[in-house]
Every structure is written in structure tokens, then in C-alpha cells.
Design a protein around this ligand. Structure first.
Ligand code: UD1
Ligand code: UDP
Length: 371
């Protein structure tokens, strides 16, 4: 048996690791331990419950409005202690959060092979997204296995001198999770006005805190005032820097509904029902194209250029006038809208987790008769 330690810290890691954890648990050669850093508390618990995953270890790291140096330091100390106790053969983590960067670092210090899920994403700008571009670089350079979603991400790693033999193009596990959840029609607690077009909004990026995010909010308000036939649903991220501004600038409007973050299943359902999505989220940039929903990305750069190249995602930044102009075009021009509302899935086909398991089985069980 090989002992595989799967790390989850935040909501998107829970969503994207769930298909892999499930697939690994079906393998006779793998003993799977799930460690939740709980960098996110409530958001992570929601998704683990949906996917029926009970962590074996929970570090309960989240503190209100946590600062990055303290978060990093506490994660390193707590992960090191657990890696020492558990002595896994392999550590797996997904993405670019502080949880992932510290898991890769501690695995390196303890000489435990690290597998990076959703490897190779880059903007080539350390400030955008902050601190995630740094987190990816660190995790990427410490990994034994790089499970990249696309050829583009493979090329990014090759340019950084990573050996091609260590890179595996698997697709993104988010599409595995999405297709499983989207197959069902989920009840929505939020009453939607069927006579209005639904604009779904999410935002949480640290580099947008302050004036850029205020400009985004002003643009949303302008759009709602310009178009009486739209309603906005915005599940507000619990980060206090986002929450306060969202409520200050978007509260008290009859066609803007600010709500708590939605559980993943209803969030997929509301994406299905949306006319248009405005977001700075990484995961939503991957999911919405697969659901045929146009996305305007509230950022100037993206590490997910594939859907932009497909013409179904557009970078609009955080300039108020630009957001209003781009959204107006999609709200007024049927042809422009249709060109972006095509169901394409450049990030995966729903089988990424199986491909990752195949690679790990080959690497870890060679010559051992598969056990
Ligand atoms: C984190 C990740 C980001 C990822 C995002 C996904 C880092 C540095 N940031 O950003 O890469 O895109 O998660 O959502 O790794 N909070 C709660 N409850 C929760 C979660 C968060 O109250 O369940 C609040 C807390 O006050 C917490 C704050 O949000 O201190 C910030 O959480 P943190 O994980 O540091 O950053 P995010 O902005 O959530
Ligand atoms: N999501 C969710 N509920 C919400 C908002 C988002 O379940 O209210 C899901 C979304 O479908 C996607 C993931 O959370 O799979 C994205 O998380 P987030 O935007 O917080 O982080 P990022 O992907 O930018 O790292």
C-alpha cells in the first residue's frame, strides 16, 4: 500500500480535490488520508459535506481576516508536525493558495514527493494574482508530478525548465466535479424573477481590494440602473475586505441581491440559469464556458487564457466604464452574446482524476504487481 496524503484548504481546493480523493479511494494500492488545513472554515466544510468527504485530520487554521505572513507561518508549523506523524509516501495538493504553497514546501523539507494538481498556470506577473502567482511558482518548482490542465500550461512549465517526463496533461478536475453536480437540477433558495435576465457576480481577489473593487461595484450598480430587465445575484465572499465594500456600495437596491456564498450545488445551478457572469474567480472561468455562459473577467490578466482564445471569456479589468461598455454589448447585441454563449470546455472532459490516478499508479506501483 502507498500512503497518499491529500491536502485541502479552501473552497476551490475542496471542489477540485474531491474527484481525485474519490478516485484514489477506489484504488486497492492506495491508503488515502485527507488533511484539511481549513484555511477556509465554512466554505470548505460546505463542499466537503456535498462530496461526502470527512477529513482524517483538521488543522482548523482559519482566523478572521488572516494576514498572509501569519497564515503561512502557522501552516508551515502545523503541516510539518502532521507530515512527521503521518509519514506519507506522497503529498497531493491542488492550485495556488497559501495551503498549497506551504504543503509543497514542507513536503520538500521532509523529502516527500509532491504532486501538484492544476499545475502550470501562469500570468508571468507576480503581482497578479497576488499572492497566487508566487504560490504556483513555488509549488511548481518543488513538485515531482505536474498534473496540468492544458497544453498551454504544459508549455509554461517547459519554458521554466521542468522536465517533460514530469508533466502530465490530465485536464482540470474541476470539470469532473462540475459535470457530476450539473447532471442534477438543484433547488435554489434564492427566489429569481423569471422575467429578468440574471447577472451573476463573484469577486474576492486580494489585488482588487480597495479602489478597483469599488469601481467594480459602481459598474454593477450602473448596469442595473441602465437595464431594468436585469437582476444581479451576488453571493458575497466572506473575506471582510470584500464584504464591507459590497454591502456599502450594492446594498439597498431592489434588483441587486447580495447573499451568503452558495453551496456548490446551488451555485452550479445558478450558473446554469445565469444570462451573464461577472467574476474574478479562477474556478468560475473554467466552469462557466462548459455551461455555455459568457464570462466577463474583472481582472486585467488571466492564467486561464484558453477560454479567452476560444472567445467565450473576456478580460474587462476593473475600470468602471470598460465593465459597463462590455456588459452592455452583451446585454444589447444578440449576435455578440451568442458568439460568447457557446458550450466549450477547454479545461477538461470530466476524466482528469482518473488520468492522475493512472500516473500515480504507474509511478508508485511499478514492479509491485499493482499493490
Ligand atoms: C483564498 C486564497 C485564494 C483563493 C480563495 C478561494 C490565499 C492567499 N488566498 O482567498 O487564492 O482564490 O481563497 O476562495 O491562499 N473567511 C471566512 N470563512 C471562510 C473563508 C474565509 O470567514 O470559510 C474569511 C476570514 O475572515 C478569512 C478571510 O476570509 O480570514 C480570508 O481568507 P483567506 O483564505 O486568507 O483568503 P481568501 O480571500 O479567502
Ligand atoms: N462557488 C461556490 N459558491 C459560491 C461561489 C463560488 O460554490 O457562492 C464555487 C465555484 O463554482 C467554483 C469555486 O467556488 O468552483 C471558485 O471558488 P473561488 O472563486 O472562491 O476561488 P478561485 O477559483 O478564484 O480560487
Amino acid at each position: 500500500m502507498k500512503h497518499i496524503l491529500c491536502i485541502v484548504g479552501t473552497r476551490p481546493e475542496g471542489i477540485k480535490m474531491a474527484p481525485l480523493i474519490k478516485a484514489l479511494k477506489r484504488e486497492p494500492w492506495a491508503r488515502v488520508t485527507v488533511l484539511a488545513t481549513a484555511q477556509h472554515r465554512d466554505l470548505l466544510d460546505q463542499v466537503l459535506a456535498l462530496f461526502d468527504i470527512v477529513p482524517d485530520v483538521d488543522l482548523d487554521i482559519m482566523r478572521p481576516n488572516q494576514a498572509l505572513p501569519e497564515l503561512t507561518a502557522r501552516l508551515v508549523m502545523a503541516l510539518d508536525e502532521k507530515f512527521g506523524e503521518l509519514a506519507p509516501d506522497v503529498v497531493l495538493a491542488q492550485g495556488d493558495t497559501t495551503t498549497v504553497m506551504t504543503a509543497a514546501l514542507v513536503a520538500f523539507y521532509r523529502r516527500i514527493p509532491f504532486g501538484h494538481v492544476e499545475a502550470g498556470l501562469r500570468t508571468h506577473d507576480l503581482d497578479n494574482p497576488f499572492p497566487e502567482e508566487m504560490n504556483r511558482l513555488v509549488a511548481g518548482h518543488l513538485a515531482r508530478w505536474h498534473f496540468v490542465p492544458t497544453q498551454r500550461s504544459r508549455q509554461n512549465l517547459l519554458r521554466e525548465g521542468i522536465s517533460d517526463a514530469a508533466i502530465h496533461v490530465t485536464g482540470n478536475t474541476v470539470i469532473d466535479a462540475l459535470l457530476e453536480v450539473a447532471a442534477t437540477e438543484w433547488p435554489l433558495d434564492i427566489p429569481l424573477d423569471a422575467s429578468k435576465r440574471l447577472v451573476l457576480v463573484t469577486a474576492h481577489r486580494r489585488e482588487n481590494f480597495g479602489e478597483p473593487f469599488r469601481a467594480v461595484c459602481r459598474a454593477i450598480r450602473q448596469l442595473v440602473d441602465l437595464y431594468p430587465d436585469i437582476e444581479v445575484v451576488y453571493p458575497v465572499h466572506p473575506n471582510p475586505n470584500v464584504r464591507a465594500t459590497a454591502h456599502e456600495l450594492l446594498g439597498n437596491h431592489s434588483r441587486i441581491r447580495l447573499c451568503q456564498p452558495l453551496d456548490y450545488a446551488p451555485f452550479v445551478e445558478i450558473q446554469k440559469r445565469a444570462y451573464l457572469i461577472l467574476t474574478d474567480s479562477g474556478g468560475v472561468q473554467e466552469e462557466a464556458p462548459a455551461l455555455g455562459k459568457p464570462v466577463l473577467v474583472l481582472r486585467t490578466e488571466t492564467e486561464r487564457p484558453e477560454a479567452v482564445d476560444e472567445g467565450v471569456v473576456r478580460l474587462v479589468g476593473t475600470d468602471e466604464a470598460c465593465i459597463v461598455a462590455e456588459a452592455s454589448q452583451l446585454l444589447e447585441n444578440e449576435a455578440a452574446y451568442r458568439a460568447m454563449a457557446r458550450g466549450v470546455s477547454p479545461y477538461g472532459d470530466g476524466h482528469a482524476a482518473c488520468r492522475i490516478v493512472d500516473v500515480l499508479r504507474d509511478a508508485l506501483c511499478a514492479g509491485a504487481g499493482g499493490a
